[in-house]
Write a protein that binds this ligand. Structure first.
Ligand SMILES: [Ca+2]
Ligand SMILES: [Ca+2]
Length: 108
């Protein structure tokens, strides 16, 4: 019901973010093989195009991320595994953001 609501109403900022997350995943996962999972090539495309600012240009990083994310060891990243990556990155960014806020706070 929530998802139907999302597609018919102007979403809030958070709902929009959730919607984007779902759309981005499926844009890449649908390219090859299993439509609902990212293989290594699809994961690489997604990381390069969508997380360019967060990730260093390190060719071995895709392998590492794949290994870290692939909890069920089927060599594909499904949506459950993908949200763990996004969640971890978001937490890391928030830590940075809070640190900046704290630094600013101290100067006053
Ligand atoms: Ca796929
Ligand atoms: Ca997997």
């Amino acid at each position: 019901a929530l998802c139907i609501f999302l597609f018919h109403q102007m979403p809030s900022q958070l709902e929009g973010a959730m919607d984007s997350l779902i759309n981005v995943f499926h844009n890449y996962s649908g390219k090859e093989g299993d439509k609902y999972k990212l293989n290594k090539g699809e994961l690489k495309d997604l990381l390069n195009s969508e997380l360019d600012h967060f990730l260093q240009k390190d060719p071995s990083l895709v392998d590492k991320i794949m290994r870290d994310l692939d909890a069920n060891k089927d060599n594909e990243v499904d949506f459950n595994e993908f949200v763990i990556l996004v969640g971890a990155l978001t937490v890391a960014c928030n830590d940075f953001f809070e640190e900046q806020l704290r630094k600013k706070g101290k100067t006053h």
